[in-house]
Design a protein. Structure first.
Length: 560
């Protein structure tokens, strides 16, 4: 089969299937099959003087059995009825017309038995009524203007003469046109009837709706809503109609432009341009769209919004200082001194500085840059990619370290405030910090000072291998953590769950599945050794019960 670039380059081609040296892979789904390894020599399309070119690359085509005759699939370029671009169609020997649709994703391949096909595109031959190909030219005919059948379908028959003998097309013309026979020449002529055409399109809409209901192809909320179902079916059919007929069909079902925009559907055709998605449902995009809509509603610019938000933040800051300083002497004195320094500075900024910078641009630090490739996406000899991943690794480690410092300070402040009630009042702060610190050490620990992104990647790989080899320990960890969360919600927080001795809590901790060692020091040097064999824990517990186990020396102990 041909790649999309080769399909666009040629007008008509004949793609022979499976020569003696090229095997054909078939995946049967009823009467449809996926055909691979389309290759052959230069051949001529039987219904045209155009020629096709031999192709050696492979693409997957999902086609009906009727499309494959004599081991070949014939493709021809015709003008799309809506987009006015030349796209590929297949005309079968029984008169069926099939549109070629391409489903494409980046970095995709086909794996078939022992073969790998680098082009992961899937071309689907979708059957359509041939009347849709000639409707754009027919509806442009003046009223009461009569033409014979050959002239009406000349827009498609000049590129594919077989369509002139297509029985489905001949019978379909009577459904959208009025016809009568000229008495002198005994010739049948046709004139476009707008009412009959809309009635025929409405019948197709009802067929689509019935198929949607039968196959349960749409969401339940659409199938149960007659208005939404009509809008969806009309929108699907409008993908093959010119703008004039599409508007008439929407008027037939009383569909407004707002309802049409909600269910707008983009279809990418072979030979056409790839359309960008009409909507972006990511969280950041939703926030940006809401913010832009609010700015448009209020009429303020982005710089004005930033100024307003700065004023609100400054006002809230001074209100908090005012409330905290009430009833005190030193804090109240500090508040008045700071306020005296702030008032003239703020007045100068709002009355002189800001008007001069009315049209200032957004600061440079408001820009957002995409993340670079991670180390697992880099080639072995790609030094530039490695350096980028290394810098990103250090940046991530620094950010994670700052997050850990914030959680640690929050925990310490809570303990200092509640003192004796810290175990109960600060349970959430303690647990958040312990969880974050464990995750930080799992990611960055045991690598030494010179640990780089390759070391971290290798450590992660070995940890994943160990977790897969010891599913019973991972299941025990997950069960223990779930039980810990349930007890915490009930108010029974157990700080010994994390197995660290903290002199502030005066708890004696026992060993468990999370950390293999007990450290009496409150310093945060904890080891992550998941590669230890499970027998190690069992033997150590048995040795402790017998009194034969010798506790390891404190690694943080410096002075003898």
């Amino acid at each position: 089969m041909a790649t999309c670039e080769q399909l666009i380059a040629c007008d008509v081609r004949k793609l022979p299937l499976a020569s003696e040296t090229a095997k054909t892979r078939l995946f049967s789904t009823e009467v449809f099959k996926i055909h691979f390894e389309m290759a052959g020599r230069l051949e001529t399309f039987p219904y045209s003087n155009d020629t096709g070119f031999a192709v050696s690359s492979s693409v997957a085509i999902l086609a009906h059995d009727s499309c494959v005759k004599n081991g070949s699939i014939n493709l021809i370029r015709l003008q799309h009825p809506k987009f006015k671009k030349f796209v590929y169609f297949h005309i079968s020997e029984d008169g069926g017309v099939f549109e070629v649709l391409r489903f494409h994703e980046n970095c995709r391949s086909w794996f078939v038995d022992d073969y790998v096909y680098s082009n992961g595109d899937l071309l689907i031959l979708s059957r359509i009524h041939p009347l849709y190909l000639v409707l754009p030219s027919i509806c442009e005919m003046p009223q009461n203007y009569h033409q014979p059948f050959g002239q009406m379908v000349e827009c498609v028959t000049e590129r594919c003469s077989i369509l002139e003998k297509n029985e489905l097309l001949r019978s379909g013309i009577d459904k959208v046109c009025d016809n009568f026979v000229l008495p002198d020449d005994n010739m049948r002529v046709y004139s476009f009837n707008e009412v009959k055409c809309v009635d025929w399109l409405a019948e197709n809409v009802e067929i689509l709706k019935a198929r949607f209901m039968e196959k349960k192809m749409l969401h339940h909320s659409i199938l149960t809503n007659e208005k939404s179902l009509n809008c969806y079916a009309v929108d699907v059919l409008s993908e093959y109609l010119c703008e004039k007929l599409s508007n008439l069909l929407h008027q037939r079902y009383n569909i407004t432009s707002e309802e049409k925009a909600k269910l707008h559907k983009v279809v990418t055709h072979v030979g056409g341009e790839i359309s960008d998605p009409t909507e972006n449902y990511c969280q950041s995009s939703t926030k940006k769209s809401k913010t832009s809509e609010q700015n448009m509603a209020t009429g303020e610019t982005l710089a004005e919004r930033y100024k307003r938000e700065d004023k609100e933040i400054s006002k809230a800051f001074w209100e908090v200082l005012d409330i905290n300083s009430r009833g005190t002497i030193l804090l109240r004195f500090k508040y008045y001194v700071w306020r005296m320094l702030d008032i003239p500075t703020t007045w100068m900024k709002e009355n002189f500085i800001d008007p001069l910078q009315k049209d200032r641009k957004i600061p440079f630090y408001h820009r957002r840059f995409n993340r670079v490739r991670t180390i697992d996406e880099c080639a072995v000899d790609d030094r530039v990619c490695y350096e980028e991943a290394q810098m990103q690794f250090h940046l991530d480690k620094m950010v994670d370290g700052y997050i850990l410092d914030i959680l640690r300070n929050r925990m310490q402040r809570c303990r200092e405030y509640y003192i004796n009630k810290a175990e109960y009042k600060c349970a959430k702060c303690i647990d958040d910090f312990e969880q974050a610190e464990l995750n930080f050490y799992i990611k960055y620990g045991d690598m030494g000072y010179y640990g780089d992104v390759l070391t971290a990647y290798t450590k992660q790989k070995h940890r994943m291998i160990w977790e897969r080899r010891h599913p019973e320990i991972m299941a025990a960890r997950a069960e223990a953590r779930e039980e810990h969360k349930r007890q915490m919600e009930l108010g029974n927080y157990d700080p010994s769950f994390w197995k660290r001795k903290d002199p502030r809590l005066y708890k004696d901790y026992v060993i468990s599945i999370f950390t293999p060692y007990n450290y009496s020091s409150f310093l945060r040097f904890k080891r992550d050794e998941p590669s230890q064999d499970p027998k190690f824990y069992k033997e150590r517990e048995e040795a402790r019960e017998k009194g034969e186990y010798k506790e390891p020396a404190n690694p943080n102990f410096v002075w003898p």
